[in-house]
Design a protein around this ligand. Sequence first.
Ligand code: DP6
Length: 321
Amino acid sequence: MASFALAHTNLALVKYWGKENEKLRLPSAPSLSLTLDAFYTKTKLSFSKEDRFVLDGKEEKGKEAQRVFSYLSALLSFFRLPPSHFLVDSQNFVPKSAGFASSASAFCALAAAFGKEMGLSLSKRELSVASRLGSGSAARSVFGGFVLWKEGRESEESFAVPIEEKPSMPICVLYLSFGAEKKKVSSTEGMRLSKTSPFFSAWRQECRKACKEARKAIEDNSFERLGQISERNACQMHALTLSCGFSYLSSYSLKAFDLAKEIREEGVSCYWSCDAGSNAALLCRKEDLNFVREKAERAFEGAVSCFPASSGPGVEAWSED
Ligand code: DP6
């Protein structure tokens, strides 16, 4: 028997950037995301004589394999289960070579496949907590559509909840990839450094406020307001890293920021976002996607690959003999 899970990635509209507890990945503030339909990870997990990790058909033995098996052993002790060995076979439908991170979909799929294989019958809340232990943003991939991840003092208190699993807002994301890059500062390290910023407590408060405002914007079906809140939050996250002497932004990321502004000046709603890398994302309404894409392709003259996405579903898991 083997267990399978399929989980989609998500884009944070209010970013998770800072941990109160690194080991438990308890965030310093709540965050809010949109699960995406275009990018996902499919994972097959089964018991095995020895630990083996196969990624996209290739046996992995390095750091990635280490992270997978130390996570699985953390899950075994979290659920008070005896030590076991596993074969993990994952396929990433995330364009990694274009510099996209896949830890959200990867760890959510792994947690769900683990829960299935161990017969744990996890609730969505428990699955979100388990996914969070692998990578913070994975906590949100349990649900589809708009998702809120709560902060919390204890491990069981910090989990994601669905806000609107099938959004009525016609929101789209156009990822702009400027090519793969070796991340100079990992998310974990970047968050650690950012906590030393004199602006960190303001950032924390801003995220709490932004989550409330974003929920209201979603409730009111206001793309305009949600876009403004997301862009402001992304700017604040990158201002925070700069205040600690490092940045993920490249000249391309900044050009994408200017482009969103230019598009708005032409009367089309378009907002910028950027995570812990130089690739940017543009938020727009579905009906404006082609226009925004053409604008981006013209502005970057072949230096960009565009990946459109819209709202996607939550994680699914099943077993097969
Ligand atoms: C900028 O979830 O990759 O994408 O918990 O250290 O694995 P770890 O961090 P990770 O960080 C994501 C950071 C972000 C913002 C976000 O997705 O909320």
